[in-house]
Write a protein that binds this ligand. Structure first.
Ligand SMILES: *[C@@H]1O[C@H](CO)[C@@H](O)[C@H](O)[C@H]1NC(C)=O
Ligand SMILES: *[C@@H]1O[C@H](CO)[C@@H](O)[C@H](O)[C@H]1NC(C)=O
Length: 389
């Protein structure tokens, strides 16, 4: 069931998060000092969002990921995040349920250490001469077990971003060549289902649509790979309910690419995801002025409108919905003293409102923790102002 978007709803929702507080104490004091204010502005709904519209991401970036000389990820990677931290647990629990999308740039270089893996399970190693600046990495199954224990305890709904570059050749120019090799993903999904871990959705790939970031995959190829994923998931989950969602492509909206992709995946895709970094680079000295400029913020309206119309006119119109799968405002990890301050809420709240009016069902903020744009501080785990939005 969806939630109606009206100004009344948004105001109430903002208050709920602004007035709440999260403490490391297991008897959370959240809500004790809540002042309820009812603001009645309008009652007619203009769109519907998911009941659990709020989503945040966890990424793979290792501590060695640095941007413009600032290393802002610390131990916030899926591979090393301290899952025993009480603030982290309570911060996820407070949303019950919080959707968490696991992924990011390096997801298309991650191997899963299931029994089919024919090579050693090694960590990412920094190498600025190669695509994405790191070698391939690997998720040990022991770590996957720990992550799932945490997700279950915190009540999170997990969207897992699969490596969509497996098996392809990446030429120096032009799109990646060849079909997706789903072997490792298949055994990873089987392992997950055998362990009874609940995955809300499986997403294929990260930022490979259109011109791509680092490399790209042609829309027709991506559509056939997505259909392969759907068939695989239906087979693995044949005796399991509920079925997980299938999401793709988690990239930037490119009209022709998205249109072709949607036309070629009718009934295979549940959610079309797109990413937003509408504030430009985190290195920009004028980021503050941009955030306070409504013209800059409204620049994203065209993308939402465009995607909405592409969906409506596509062969998937009745079966697919749109999510923002990852949005961090300023790319390359945000900017210290800007994306982790109260000021960033002018961007974030504007985006939440804008997305919902264009029928976006879920909005995933980059990142729950990590970089300069985390909802939690990457070292202290203390919530930044945007957490309360
Ligand atoms: C606000 O609205 C809610 C739901 O209709 C109601 O229960 C509550 O008493 C109202 N609060 C105030 C302060 O009017
Ligand atoms: C990967 O799996 C193999 C075989 O089960 C195991 O021997 C190895 O220790 C695992 N590697 C890591 C890093 O977990």
């Amino acid at each position: 069931m969806g939630r109606r978007v009206s100004l009344l709803g948004l105001c109430f929702w903002v208050c709920t998060f602004v007035c709440g507080a999260v403490s490391a104490d297991s008897h959370s004091s959240r809500g004790e000092n809540t002042v309820q204010v009812n603001v009645s502005v309008g009652k007619s709904a203009i769109a519907e969002i998911d009941e659990d519209f709020v989503c945040a991401t966890l990424d793979w970036w290792p501590p060695e990921k640095c941007d413009y000389g600032v290393c802002s990820w610390h131990s916030a990677s899926l591979l090393n995040l301290d899952l025993s931290n009480k603030i982290l647990l309570n911060a996820v629990k407070a949303f019950s349920p919080l959707k968490i999308r696991l992924g990011g740039t390096l997801q298309d270089k991650v191997l899963y250490n299931t029994s089919d893996l024919k090579e050693p399970c090694t960590s990412f190693v920094k190498d600025s001469s190669i695509m994405f600046g790191f070698t391939q990495g690997c998720l040990p199954m022991a770590r996957w077990d720990q992550l799932n224990a945490f997700f279950e305890e915190s009540g999170a709904k997990i969207i897992f971003g699969l490596n969509a570059l497996n098996g392809r050749t990446i030429p120096s120019q032009g799109p990646a060549v060849g079909a997706w090799d789903s072997t490792n993903a298949e055994s990873f999904i089987r392992y997950t289902v055998n362990k009874n871990y609940k995955i809300f959705g499986w997403e294929l790939g990260n930022e490979l649509s259109g011109n791509g970031v680092g490399t790209r995959v042609a829309a027709g190829q991506y559509a056939s790979d997505t259909i392969s994923l759907t068939n695989l998931v239906l087979d693995i989950y044949k005796d399991v309910e509920p079925k997980p969602l299938i999401l793709a492509p988690g990239g930037f909206v490119d009209s022709l690419w998205y249109k072709e992709f949607l036309d070629k995946t009718p009934k295979s895709l549940d959610v079309i995801t797109h990413h937003i970094y509408n504030l430009g680079s985190g290195a920009d000295q004028h980021l503050v002025e941009k955030i306070l400029d409504p013209t800059v913020l409204d620049g994203e309206l065209a993308t939402f409108r465009n995607l909405q119309s592409i969906i409506k006119s596509s062969a998937s119109a009745t079966s697919v919905v749109a999510w923002v799968g990852e949005a961090g405002g300023a790319y390359n990890s945000g900017r210290d003293h800007v994306s982790n301050t109260f000021l960033y809420s002018f961007w974030y709240l504007d985006q939440l409102g804008m997305a919902s009016t264009f029928d976006t069902k879920t909005y995933c903020r980059q990142a729950f923790i990590g970089g300069n744009y985390g909802l939690l501080d990457a070292t202290s785990f203390v919530p930044n102002p945007d957490y309360y939005r």
